[in-house]
Design a protein. Structure first.
Length: 231
C-alpha cells in the first residue's frame, strides 16, 4: 500500500493505492495513517519544501521513503508539449498520465475545474496538444468583486445559464457561462472522443455538458501519480 498526496498552497488531497486500486482518503490524520501498512509516499506539490517537511512531520511518516513527482518531457507514453517541460503544472501532467491510463488510444479533452480551470488536449498517441488556463468559478467572482466598486456577491453559488435580473445572479451566471463557454469552444477546436472532467467544480459543471461524451473522474490526478510507483 502506498500513500498518494497532492499538496497545494492551501490544502492537501490524499489517496491510497493497493493492488492497483486507487481510493480516496478523506481524512489525512496521523492516527488513521499509523494503522495502515504504507510502504512509501508519492507526492506532487506546488507548495514550499518547508510545508512539505511540516506535513511529513505532522503525519508521522518521516521514517518512510518520500518521492516527489515533477512534470517531465515524456513518461508512460505521454509527451509534454512544453519546450521547458518542468514549467507545465504537475497537476496537469498527472491528469494526462491518468487519462492515458484510464482511456488509452483516445483523443481526449481534459478539464480540471478547480481554483483555476485548466483545459488540455491529449491525442490518442499520447501527445499533449497544449492547453488553456482560465480563472475558475470562485476566482472569477472574487476578481470582479475586488476590482469593481458596485458589484457584490453572495456566499452561496447558484449560477445558472440564464440572464441575471440582479447583480449577484448576473455575476454568478456570467462566470458560469464563461467557464462553460471556454470548455465548449475547446471541444470545437479539435475533434475528441471523450471529455474527461475532474476538480472540485466538476460535478456541478457536468449537468451542463451532458450532451457531450463526458466522464467525471475525481481521482484522475492520483491515477497519474500512481504510475510513478516502482518506476
Amino acid at each position: 500500500m502506498y500513500l498518494l498526496l497532492d499538496i497545494g498552497n492551501t490544502r492537501e488531497k490524499a489517496a491510497l493505492i493497493k493492488s492497483g486500486k486507487v481510493t480516496a482518503l478523506p481524512q489525512l490524520a496521523p492516527d488513521n495513517l499509523a494503522k495502515l501498512p504504507i510502504k512509501a509516499v508519492y507526492f506532487a506539490s506546488v507548495a514550499s519544501q518547508e510545508k512539505v517537511a511540516a506535513i511529513k512531520q505532522q503525519l508521522g511518516l518521516g521514517h518512510l521513503p518520500w518521492r516527489q513527482v515533477y512534470s517531465e518531457a515524456k513518461a508512460c507514453g505521454v509527451s509534454n508539449s512544453y519546450q521547458q517541460p518542468q514549467m507545465l503544472g504537475v497537476d496537469r501532467w498527472l491528469a494526462m498520465l491518468g487519462t492515458q491510463l484510464l482511456f488509452p488510444s483516445q483523443n481526449t479533452l481534459i478539464v480540471d475545474a478547480g481554483t483555476a480551470v485548466t483545459i488540455d488536449w491529449l491525442a490518442q498517441d499520447g501527445r499533449h496538444g497544449g492547453g488553456w488556463i482560465i480563472p475558475g468559478l470562485k476566482m472569477q467572482q472574487q476578481a470582479v468583486v475586488k476590482n469593481t466598486a458596485r458589484v457584490f456577491n453572495s456566499e452561496m453559488f447558484n449560477g445558472r445559464l440564464e440572464p441575471g435580473a440582479d447583480t449577484v445572479t448576473g455575476l454568478q451566471n456570467g462566470c458560469l457561462a464563461a467557464v462553460l463557454g471556454a470548455i465548449r469552444l475547446a471541444w470545437q477546436q479539435t475533434p475528441c472522443n471523450k471529455l474527461v472532467l475532474t476538480g472540485g467544480d466538476s460535478k456541478f459543471l457536468k449537468s451542463y455538458l451532458s450532451d457531450l461524451p463526458i466522464v467525471v473522474e475525481p481521482l484522475l490526478i492520483f491515477h497519474g501519480l500512481a504510475r510513478y510507483i516502482d518506476m
